[in-house]
Design a binder for this molecule. Structure first.
Ligand SMILES: Nc1nc2c(c(=O)[nH]1)N[C@H]1C(S)=C(S)[C@@H](COP(=O)(O)O)O[C@H]1N2
Ligand SMILES: [Mo]
Length: 419
């Protein structure tokens, strides 16, 4: 992910966007009943995202102009696999070990998990690396699927969680080499680590680390968390965690550990690579008299967000369509060329299930733009959740205080040229 932003610099982006502007209107026409439209010609955004900078580990990034279905087909759902897809995934001998502070720990097969009562949750998953630079850059690492599996909480509880337990670690089977700077201790590299002197007179330690993420025990025991083996009613595809993954609705993608092999209950904070070094939001804040305080927070729960997906033209009239997610959505508003905020209409597309205990899936919305004047226009949207929280402006001090790009849920500005 680090690499993703470096290579997606503003400058290289701008070059490409000038090229894209020359295209003017292209034809991505087709029926679009989903957004309450019978058809229409899609006007491509002037600000196109850069190509996927890391195709080995990131794929199927959504093209917003092509957003058509409320449920994202599994074979078009983005994936982020930091260490690639593990080789030799096999359902028949898959085991998930429950370990640590449990009085009656067990190791379960996939059949054991499937023998539990099955549940489904519609959950829009977004990678917290999805990032905006106002007006220029937006990534398509977001999708909505119906995940199916067994509830985690009753399984954990059946193994008698010990009193001192406070945290649960979810381990994937995938591993990668991780370098810790200046970290060589008295035992050197251990059995498998390698030690490399660095330029500052210290030494770097490189070890093989398993992908892992943790939650507090209370968070892990949420009734919504699933040990999932299904995506949209089918077995999970390999790139999405086959045969078993954690689905933690309401959390950013990184918490949803794929290729799950071990669930460990511990009595302290877990500080693995993806909790404490990567996927850490760093912010600079001012306190009192020019005192600068840096804060560090691991990426956690989803944040309220919306984006325009596309502008379409039908019979001389223009519409804007998009999505809102990250929290239960109350409304979405659209601002054009810095004018007043105006309400969009929330859609209830066919195929959307009756409301369940908590809604974790995106809402689509439409906005009747009428007949805007020819020329370039800027479109900004903001979502408002059921508690009245408003998606922050891109220049909100909370967002601009950050020096990392994680959890960029600021209002997204898109540019379009009306011919
Ligand atoms: N084991 C494992 N789980 C993982 C990852 C990973 O690299 N390894 N990537 C995480 C990240 S950063 C994201 S955004 C989501 C993406 O889920 P998907 O690939 O099914 O879309 O998976 C998460 N779970
Ligand atoms: Mo991610």
């Amino acid at each position: 992910m680090q690499q993703m932003m470096q290579e997606s610099s503003r400058r290289s982006w701008l070059k490409r966007s000038i090229g894209a502007a020359g295209l003017s209107v292209f034809q991505v026409a087709g029926p679009n009943a989903l957004f309450g439209q019978s058809g229409g010609q899609v006007i491509p955004w002037l600000d196109q995202p850069p190509p996927n900078p890391n195709p080995a580990n990131i794929g199927n990034l959504m093209k917003w102009e092509e957003l058509e279905s409320w449920q994202t087909p599994a074979n078009r759902f983005f994936y982020v696999s930091h260490f690639g897809v593990p080789a030799g995934l096999n359902a028949s001998d898959w085991r998930v070990e429950f370990a640590g502070l449990l009085a009656r720990p067990r190791t379960l097969t996939l059949s054991d998990i499937k023998a539990q009562e099955s549940h489904e949750v519609d959950f829009t998953m977004e990678c917290s690396g999805n990032t905006i630079v106002p007006g220029v850059f937006f990534q398509g690492a977001v999708g909505n699927a119906r995940w199916g599996g067994a509830r985690l909480a009753p399984l954990l509880e059946s193994m008698n969680i010990l009193d001192e337990a406070s945290e649960v670690v979810f381990w994937g089977s995938d591993t990668g080499r991780i370098t810790l700077r200046d970290n060589v201790g008295i035992t050197g590299g251990g059995r498998t680590g390698t030690v490399q002197p660095d330029s500052t007179g210290g030494a770097d330690l490189t070890i093989t680390e398993q992908f892992a993420r943790s939650m507090t025990l209370k968070e892990a025991l949420s009734r919504d968390n699933l040990l999932a083996y299904q995506m949209n009613g089918e077995a999970l595809p390999p790139e999405h965690g086959f045969p078993l993954r954690l689905i933690a609705p309401g959390w950013y993608g990184v918490a949803n550990v794929k290729w799950l092999t071990r669930i460990e209950v511990i009595d302290r904070r877990f500080a693995g690579n993806f909790m404490a070094r990567d996927y850490v939001s760093v912010r600079e804040t001012q306190r009192g008299n020019n005192e600068t305080v840096w804060t560090f927070a691991t990426v956690g729960r989803d944040r309220l967000k919306s984006a325009a997906a596309k502008v379409t033209r039908l019979g001389g009239r223009y519409s804007i369509m998009g999505a809102a997610w990250g929290a239960p959505i109350a409304s979405v508003e659209v601002q054009i060329d810095g004018g007043p905020w105006r309400p969009a209409i929330l859609q209830e597309p066919a195929g959307r299930p009756a409301r369940r205990q908590r809604d974790y899936s995106w809402r689509f919305w439409t906005f009747d733009w009428g007949t805007p004047p020819a020329g370039e226009h800027a479109i900004v949207t903001r979502a408002i959740d059921l508690e009245g929280n408003v998606q922050p402006a891109a220049n909100d001090p909370f967002l601009t205080g950050r020096v990392t790009y994680w959890e960029s849920n600021g209002q997204v500005l898109r540019r379009v040229l009306i011919p």
